[in-house]
Design a protein around this ligand. Structure first.
Ligand SMILES: Cc1cc2nc3c(=O)[nH]c(=O)nc-3n(C[C@H](O)[C@H](O)[C@H](O)COP(=O)(O)O)c2cc1C
Length: 350
């Protein structure tokens, strides 16, 4: 049981690449798994091209195998946004490729996940483990009762991209979820943290909280393998003071027309001119037109006074460089080891 049992190639501490729709595709997901983590492709709501993404991932893994992974399982995961993803296409495609894990997020109601869990587990003979990302203790317990996932991802309010509009940070959310699951008899369910972690100190803190692994999305936006515009990446590296300069809002979805999300969910992104205009009462049509104009500017649409959506978490201020995923993970592991060493030296002096 546990992550290192189910994904035998992963190294401690277990670092997980979040499924980020349109951004975390085969190159990033495979790079994270090659570096001893578990990478997720972000299928999101669009599954029509999932076969192509998984085919590419399979090819990359055939070329450079993930050492320690089983031959009949693809050593990456795939994340779905359940309210919008087509169920039948998903099950058919997963049956063909058998990824090591699926990640569910944002169903209209948690009960919708029962069918997803049962049919995917059957179609992959249990080879594909079930992960569910939640943002509250209530949802963690309800999901555990309904579909007994292998892993609960505790998504704190610092997380980039979509998440609950009202919620706690992982420092309180993760231990309360772990306690509640234990209390309900679900102590076998692994719990991992997501939201605001971009370097070794955050990872070490999550491990101290009892997290079995740590998910990072925003950090991997500034990786060389992310499928992302250079202007977006530059905006992530430029942003500082993430609590002030990012915001969770529905404005970005409205302007892009990516509507349909459950009411209680908003997207956290770097504050830009679109958000400021919406806050000042600029009518949506005018703001949408300005957004469409900004799109024509390409990378410059993310410049200092840019308007284009820049989903990212509060951890942006700690990111100062674009690097390969493997280098990011190596550096984090070294930082965690240093912290553990310092902590044990301090304790031995007491
Ligand atoms: C650009 C971006 C896109 C995201 N897309 C998805 C997605 O498609 N599905 C999903 O479950 N979570 C998505 N997330 C949220 C992540 O799963 C995760 O909760 C988050 O990245 C963790 O916080 P961090 O960004 O501070 O590391 C996205 C996050 C970002 C930053």
């Amino acid at each position: 049981m546990g992550l290192q049992h189910d994904y035998p190639w992963v190294k401690a501490p277990v670092l997980i690449g979040a499924p980020m729709r349109l951004i975390s595709l085969a190159p990033l997901a495979v790079a994270v798994s090659h570096a001893g983590g578990l990478g997720f492709i972000g299928a999101g709501t669009e599954v029509h091209d999932l076969d192509a993404h998984l085919q590419e991932a399979s090819r990359l893994i055939r070329e450079t195998p993930v050492v320690g992974s089983a031959a009949d399982v693809l050593p990456i995961g795939v994340g779905f946004i359940n309210w919008g993803a087509d169920f039948d296409t998903t099950v058919r495609t997963l049956e063909k490729y058998k990824p090591a894990a699926v990640w569910f997020f944002a169903p209209y109601k948690n009960a919708d996940l029962v069918q997803w869990t049962e049919e995917i587990s059957n179609a992959t003979q249990g080879n594909t483990k079930i992960w569910v990302q939640v943002g509250s203790v209530h949802d963690a317990v309800e999901v555990a009762r309904l579909c007994r996932p292998d892993v609960i991802v505790a998504q704190g309010s610092d997380a980039g991209g979509h998440g609950l509009e009202r919620g706690a940070g992982i420092i309180t959310l993760l231990p309360e979820i772990a306690d509640a699951l234990k209390h309900e008899g679900f102590e076998d369910t692994s719990v991992v943290a997501a939201g605001g972690v971009v370097e070794g100190r955050g990872v070490a803190a999550c491990l101290a909280l009892g997290s079995e692994g740590v998910v990072m999305g925003t950090r991997f936006l500034a990786s060389t393998e992310a499928t992302i515009a250079a202007g977006y990446q530059r905006a992530v590296v430029r942003a500082k003071d993430g609590g002030i300069n990012t915001v969770r809002s529905k404005v970005y979805d409205t302007l892009r027309g990516t509507t349909g999300w459950p009411e209680r969910i908003g997207g956290r992104g770097i504050i830009n001119q679109s958000f400021l205009d919406a806050k000042d009462g600029k009518v949506t049509k005018e703001n949408m037109d300005a957004y469409a104009e900004a799109l024509k500017k390409g990378d410059d649409g993310w410049d200092e006074n840019g308007r284009l959506t820049t989903y990212a978490g509060t951890g942006v201020g700690l990111i100062d460089r674009i690097k390969p995923a493997a280098a990011i993970m190596k550096e984090i592991r070294r930082q965690v080891m240093d912290i553990e060493l310092r902590t044990s030296k301090r304790q031995s002096r007491i």
